[in-house]
Ligand binder design. Sequence first.
Ligand code: DAH
Length: 346
Amino acid sequence: MLENLEQLKLKFNHELNLVETRDELEKIRVAFLGKKGLVTEELKNLRNLSGEDKKTAGMQVNKLKNEIEQAIVSYQTVIEEKEYQKEIESAECYDYSIPSENEAGTLHPITIVQRQIEDIFKTMGFIIEDGLEVQTEYNNFEAVNIPKNHPARDMQDTYYLENGQILKTHTSAAQNTIMRKYGAPKPGEPLKVLFPGRCFRNENIDASHENTFFQLEGMMIGDDISISNLIYFMKVLLSEVFKRDVKVRLRPGFFPFVEPGFELDINCAICGGDGCPTCKNSGWLELLPCGMIHPNVLRMGGIDPDRYTGFAFGLGLTRLAMMKYNIKDIRLFNSGNLKQLKQFTN
Ligand code: DAH
């Protein structure tokens, strides 16, 4: 029996030396230590021995078993190292000092303008809110005083989801939710909120119409908020965006959710107000619809219109970016054309 063990040991060492992979190692383990493995068989053979012989042989077989187990465990690390080396040798090599062909990304022009405006308004105490893109018809229309069958709905034809909800057609859709979230303002602490967002309308797309565009809406509600407050904030906003002192004028405009409602124009920067093709010779550019929040809208938002007043404005962010950067075609914004989009940096 002892001779046999000696041979087994030699056989094992010989085969182990030929092992290259984990699978091969496992095969050897099974061949020697498995249920019907060679060493296991030797252990079974002990049954045929007795007394001192059984004891000595038993010790020897167990010794061999332990040695083989140990050898397999240490060889495992050797093989892992071998396999790792192979992987490294076959892998592609990288030279990290070669300049990358991929350029760093830039912010989208709309994001740039949006952040600029947010920064200005944050310094004036406005909260930034993030309205939902999928809205109920109630929030989008009824809650801003556009009841069912109101003709104003025609101008905002939109996309309906199967569950009856819609993609919001304007940022005003968040007004009601925001009023309810913050509640009536405390004395001396008007509610000041800015809520930019992506809007959707069923449009025929051309150079100046998109079905997906951005607006930026603002509201200020409190005691004695008046049109003077509205004009002040709009002037600050536009002067910062256009980096010049802008003149503004208000013309009456109709929007169901404000009363009175206005179209706010700025003096044309191109001709300085003398008249040019850009401003259609009027000296003014139409930019920003706004007004004093309609009492119905305040009431539906849970705010007492006999006690509080407020203004709201809905800036066409996409349009503003077009004016600021002199972009002639609205389709550029959603085009993913990096060559063009990355030109706009501040
Ligand atoms: N929601 C309007 C639109 O998309 C824009 C608007 C006009 C918003 C007047 C306002 C506002 O807050 O006061 O056409």
